[in-house]
Ligand binder design. Structure first.
Ligand SMILES: C[S@@+](CC[C@H](N)C(=O)[O-])C[C@H]1O[C@@H](n2cnc3c(N)ncnc32)[C@H](O)[C@@H]1O
Length: 387
């Protein structure tokens, strides 16, 4: 195996178990794209083993901070450790993220399980090369009904890879039914956003829907296939309105409402337009949910994203009944919980009001948060009462 040497600050980062080496960290490079390399500090001390791709800004991703052999046994152990972490979800659902990339020490790899059907997202050249070691272990350990390869186009492009969208094993039906608490949802692995469903919000849907009082009016903005709204309806909400820009997501949301025997209205609209006009209508709500896509995909767009969030929050507060609740989220790495809190505070101040924090919300346990890897915490939210 070839050895690369990194600068001192990068060596310190790796010693603190951060798994990335940037192109600018490298003093002496070696290895072809996708190769395994040993990473050393300028004094020659071993730091870890990773795979290299000089074409990517993140040029090395560490697989292990110990001297181990990267073979089928290595991947078996990594997968088993990841699966054990998900045991906490047993009985609550039959759909979860089994592998969450760097947070499960398998950089570049995401594996989601939808009732025994797996979606595999391979986002780096190095992990693509590791497939021949990893896939047989995954098949043996999970015995999935099917595996669908669905890779994130933008990250693969950055790594010089083609996109992938195909059945890799077994059968993948057009719709898969999953269970989450007392609700059931249809998921389309082929056509759905991300790998098909926003699994990371599972715990937050539980928390938010537990606050529903019988007959409450609920507005679920950025509703996707209706998961928050449907949980609210099952918990007694009297009227549920879903808003999303995606025709396909809303079509599935309607099917999901029927599947759960609840009724609601699915409105196709741009959320900004909808919420800009909403205070001028007579509709008022006991709960508004705001779960937008990541507006700040890069650090430089954080200020603009927060301005947008402030507007959405301020408009939502305007259409709440006195004492009503707002659940607001950001799934952008670059927006911190503190940033989101400030956006809430400013939006409340705009209308001379206050907010009481009922819950700080985060991604569920199958999307592990590793304190040494700040980027592993990406989904943040608040459940607040408008005072
Ligand atoms: C993070 S997902 C919401 C997940 C959903 N709350 C759930 O629990 O399944 C964001 C959603 O916002 C929708 N979206 C993106 N931009 C939008 C816009 N400008 N107006 C309305 N919806 C939008 C997407 O179609 C997507 O369904």
């Amino acid at each position: 195996m070839k050895t690369i040497t990194v600068k001192r600050p990068a060596a310190e980062r790796l010693r603190a178990f951060h798994p990335w080496v940037y192109r600018t960290d490298i003093l002496q490079a070696a290895g072809d794209p996708g190769d395994l390399v040993a990473v050393h500090d300028p004094g020659g001390a071993f730091l870890g083993i990773g795979y290299i791709n000089p074409a990517s800004e993140i040029s090395v991703r560490i697989l292990s901070f110990s001297r181990v052999e990267i073979n089928r046994d290595f991947f078996r152990e990594r997968l088993l450790t990841a699966f054990r972490k998900r045991e906490v979800l047993a009985g609550r659902t039959d759909a979860c993220r089994l592998v969450h990339a760097e947070a499960d020490e398998l950089p570049g790899l995401i594996v989601d399980d939808y009732a025994g059907h797996l979606v595999l997202q391979v986002n780096t050249l190095g992990m693509e090369r590791m497939q021949e070691l990893l896939l047989p272990e995954l098949l043996e350990l999970r015995r999935p009904k099917g595996i669908y390869g669905k890779s994130d186009a933008a990250s693969r492009r950055r790594e010089g890879l083609d996109t992938e969208d195909r059945v890799l094993h077994g059968e993948i039906p057009g719709r898969i039914e999953i269970r989450e608490g007392g609700a059931r949802f249809l998921v389309s692995l082929r056509e759905g956003q991300k790998t098909g469903f926003f699994l990371d919000q599972r715990r937050n849907r539980e928390i938010v829907s537990s606050c529903i009082n019988k007959g409450d009016r609920v507005l679920d903005v950025f509703a996707h296939t209706g998961a928050f709204g449907i949980h609210a309806a099952l918990n007694g909400a009297g009227r549920v309105r879903l808003v999303d820009a995606s025709r396909e997501a809303l079509a599935l949301a309607r099917e999901n409402m029927a599947l759960n025997g609840v009724s609601g209205e699915a409105v196709r609209a741009d959320a900004f337009d909808f919420l800009t006009e909403a205070p001028g209508t007579r509709d008022r709500y006991d709960l508004v949910i705001l779960d937008p896509p990541p507006f700040a995909k890069a650090k430089r767009s954080t200020a603009g994203a927060l301005k947008g969030m402030r507007h959405l929050i301020a408009q939502s507060l305007r259409i709440l009944r006195p004492g009503g609740l707002l659940a607001v989220f950001s799934c952008s790495h670059h927006v911190s919980q503190e940033d989101l809190g400030v956006a809430l505070l400013e939006a409340a101040a705009d209308r001379g009001g206050r907010v009481e924090v009922l819950e700080h919300l985060f991604q569920d346990r199958d999307h592990p948060q590793i304190l040494n890897i700040p980027m592993s915490l990406y989904l943040k939210g608040f459940l607040v009462r408008s005072l």
